[in-house]
Write a protein that binds this ligand. Structure first.
Ligand code: PA5
Ligand code: NI
Length: 192
């Protein structure tokens, strides 16, 4: 890890940063149980463990004074009528925020709090999104090409994936009649 200030650029046509320490590739198997249409999920997985998204991280210590940053690339596609998306998470330290800057593509960020508030923010090139502390977040690619974002969050935030893995987000983003719409997640309806 370097101990002098550094730069990197995003001039690569696919927005792969000119410098990174860690490259995460998430495929269908890492999203088991997250897509509504389990038959479509199983059929897709039977053919190939499709690559859904990638994250390029710059390595910094996981301490409060640092800002962890990198590039997230969600590829285009759907499982059934549900668009490719990230796992999504709360931060382990709930009172930590995150900034996203959309560099390329079309999509949205689905967000919610533990108390049940929810929000969906459109992402397109040039948009900057501030995810407040306490809000879980998931990027969804509703476009035909890659959805690319630059993210930055406090070094001590951590990722809590378990809460979302149980029931998913309260809202899903699906294709209806050729367009993206936000619908209730049936796993949350009734009793909530
Ligand atoms: O910290 C973030 O919110 C991002 O860096 C995400 O980790 C990235 O977009 C991948 O999503 P997830 O961590 O939910 O798999
Ligand atoms: Ni985050």
């Amino acid at each position: 890890m370097t101990e002098t200030p550094y730069t990197f650029d995003l001039n690569d046509p696919d927005c792969i940063p000119s410098r990174y320490d860690n490259h995460i590739r998430r495929t269908l198997t890492s999203m088991r149980g997250q897509y509504q249409d389990t038959a479509a999920y199983d059929a897709m997985l039977a053919k190939e463990d499709t690559l859904l998204y990638e994250v390029y991280e710059l390595q910094r210590p996981h301490v409060a004074g640092e800002v962890l940053h990198g590039i997230s690339i969600v590829h285009p596609g759907k499982v059934g009528d549900e668009y490719f998306m990230t796992k999504g998470h709360f931060h382990t330290v709930l009172e930590t925020a995150e900034v996203y800057h959309c560099l390329k593509g079309e999509g949205c960020m689905v967000m919610e709090t533990p108390e049940g508030e929810w929000a969906v923010a459109e992402l397109r090139p040039g948009v900057v999104l501030y995810v407040l502390p306490r809000w879980a977040h998931r990027s969804v690619n509703t476009g035909a090409g890659d959805l690319v974002t630059l993210f930055a969050y406090p070094g001590h935030a951590g990722h809590d994936y378990g809460t979302i893995e149980q029931k998913g987000f309260r809202k899903l983003v699906v294709e209806r009649g050729g367009g993206a719409v936000v619908v209730d997640n049936p796993r949350w309806s009734g009793g909530q």
